[in-house]
Unconditional design. Sequence first.
Length: 246
Amino acid sequence: MAPADPLTLSIVVPAFNEERRLAATLATLCDHLDRQPWDWEVRVVDDGSMDGTAGIAEAFALKQPRVVVQREPHRGKGGAVKAGLTAAAGAYRFICDADLSMPIGEIERFLPPLATGFDVAIGTREGRLARRVGEPAYRHLAGRLFNFMVQHLVLPGIEDSQCGFKMFTAAAVAAIFPRVTIDGWAFDVEVLAVAREQRLDVIDVPIEWHYGADSQLSMLRDGAGMLRELLRIKWRAFRGRYRVGV
């Protein structure tokens, strides 16, 4: 799809109990975006938070009208992302983790003219041009073990399905997300499985990524559920549930 003129960008920030860091994240995002030649919105999708997340986002939106707050019932990160991307208005739609573990200046790598001819651009923390900062060895090992299962069960050749920074064209959102069924942590895998079945162009974008010790993902707590979701995705793909026209 040809980019709009001017380029229109929606940044979707899924947020669950993020009151401690959301205001700083929104300030950083908006300060950077205000200096770009794009028409943009930041859409905070509150995933039924039990703290002050939604109120903080709404207070920020009163000062910055290009910040939109979308309240959703608690379904999980995948459900929040799906709701935000499908409600967004931009020709390009970006998932951005609330911890802002990728420096926001990296977003240019996901957009024309640096990235072209794609339907989905996925941030990757693997490979020669990517950089991980401050990640403990045990956490990296756990991630690589999960990716080993992802590649062998569902997505051969995808080195980093779980990076929380991904860009979609509006057309890709329309093609992929009506077929996405998983609301939990493995939703990224299902999104990419659907993209492959739809024959969409998926590219890797190497990024700089900073580990945050307060990440809400726990491999010990969430690992078994993620494995069950992987098997569910494999079964649905085997049955052709992600194909065009199904």
